[in-house]
Ligand binder design. Structure first.
Ligand SMILES: [Mn+2]
Length: 319
């Protein structure tokens, strides 16, 4: 079907590429590749771009229409799992949809629906589409597609063999180094966020349980980001909280190794929440709790619970 889509895009008359809301680098790079490979293509992101995409679009000079859909002969929807991901009304019965998320019946009525959910990114499919059209991506397009693959695979953490093969081919095509591709997707942290991280480190308290370290800290903002910073510094489990009036908010993070060993911060904070009649929960490695109370007391209760769990893990590991 990619050959058919390539032929259609190459048949003239103009194409509007439509992207999902808060479009990510995978969506933007896929659209950019199409716009360079075929004539008369306009990229529309009616739901705006995310922060990484804004940087990418600026670096590579990608023109994107934000508000309405321009009038074109055909519409190509990229990287969008369903019509509800596009925050404007439009008639998609005549649209071509190319996606890599789980197949969605909501797209059944469109003209052509190509969905390859074995691909980790839309960029990989678009690269195949370019090949089907006999087009070779230029250096900028290659860099963009690499950025798309990097973001959608969580920098290869969730990559599949195909992602690596495509990425390697793109690297070779124009002699692009890994660090240049990485640069495309590394965002500068806001100075105020950096300061919160530094302050968090300054106010840090920690406990050592066997080989593991539990850390807590208090701040006024960016709790989740400070948590991640503390884990980078060496904590295996970190809780960071802030107080606003009589309410508090706590973020928690654990290394993926801790989560694999059985630590579940979501359950832990849920327990802390029911102990103190507050709401807490989340995932094994990332969780949060908020409510009325004293943040310092809540941080200590959370740390106590984590320390207990780690002691249990230690002793079961000894056996
Ligand atoms: Mn994607």
């Amino acid at each position: 079907m990619l050959k058919e889509i390539a032929a259609e895009l190459g048949s003239g008359g103009g194409t509007t590429v439509v992207l999902h809301g808060n479009a990510d680098p995978d969506a933007v790079s896929s659209a950019f590749a199409i716009s360079k490979a075929f004539e008369d293509v306009v990229i529309a992101a009616p739901g705006g771009l995310d922060r990484a995409s804004k940087v990418l679009a600026k670096q590579l000079d990608i023109d994107i229409v934000m508000e309405s859909l321009p009038d074109s002969k055909r519409v190509l929807v990229l990287d969008t799992s369903g019509p509800d991901q596009i925050p404007i009304e439009f008639d998609y019965s005549d649209a071509i949809v190319v996606d890599h998320h789980a197949k969605n019946r909501a797209w059944d009525d469109c003209r052509l629906y190509y969905c390859d959910d074995s691909k980790a990114s839309c960029a990989e499919i678009v690269y195949e589409l370019l090949k089907a059209a006999g087009k070779v991506p230029d250096r900028d397009v290659s860099l963009a597609l690499m950025a798309g693959i990097l973001t959608d695979t969580g920098r290869f953490k969730f990559a599949r063999p195909g992602s690596m093969v495509t990425f390697a081919e793109l690297m070779q095509l124009h002699d692009i180094d890994m660090d240049e591709a990485m640069m495309m997707v590394s965002l500068e942290t806001d100075p105020s966020e950096k300061i919160s991280q530094l302050r968090g480190a300054q106010r840090l308290k920690y406990w050592k349980i066997g080989r593991r370290i539990v850390a807590i800290s208090q701040g006024s903002a960016f709790e989740a980001s400070v948590c991640k910073a503390l884990v980078h510094l060496g904590a295996d489990v970190a809780f960071v909280g802030s107080q606003r009036g009589d309410t508090f908010r706590i973020s928690a993070r654990a290394t993926s190794e801790m989560a694999r060993e059985g630590v579940h911060l979501g359950k832990l904070l849920n327990g802390v929440g029911s102990e103190t009649s507050n709401g807490g929960g989340g995932h094994p490695g990332a969780a949060g709790i908020s409510g009325v109370g004293d943040v310092e007391a809540m941080l200590n209760i959370s740390a106590d619970n984590a320390i207990k769990q780690l002691r249990e893990l230690e002793s079961s590991g000894d056996r």
